[in-house]
Design a protein around this ligand. Sequence first.
Ligand code: GDP
Ligand code: MG
Length: 168
Amino acid sequence: DMETAIKVVIVGNGAVGKSSMIQRYCKGIFTKEYKKTIGVDFLERQLEVNNEDVRLMLWDTAGQEEFDAITKAYYRGAQACVLAFSTVDRDSFDAVESWKKKVEDEVGEIGMVIIQNKIDLIDDTVVNDEEAEDLAKRLRLRFYRTSVKENLNVEEVFRYLSEKYLDQ
Ligand code: GDP
Ligand code: MG
């Protein structure tokens, strides 16, 4: 049986939980202080989708997004993308559309999804439900609310991207 390998990039402002999400999905752990393993570009996980073996390679950054210095090598060959923002960071929500554009400028149209992470902090939200849903509708993307901390909806995001990729 052939295995499908999919390069997934996870973009969004610093501290929205991108590295934590990769670590949660690939290693099953959550820590307050995630430090990227030096020299490792991505973590991977295998899953089965419609009886097909899929290997997801989840590419992490080492914080370059905070000074807008992500290299082309990061995006190169990406086949799916997570656009992430945080429930408690307004700037990260306002930046979603420009992240989408950055990815598309490098790799063209690929399967994407928007996630609102840190939904466990909903009591302190700075983004109301309607505007998040409106953004997803306008960009015509599936929208998930996630908590990497509580392990809520993380599996669903990557399953959806895998299915979307296989469907095309
Ligand atoms: P990145 O800069 O986007 O890679 O963000 P990190 O993964 O380094 O996470 C930044 C901080 O947010 C860390 O202290 C994480 O522990 C925390 N964090 C990540 N996901 C969640 C979440 O779902 N809920 C809460 N409360 N904190 C989170
Ligand atoms: Mg990070």
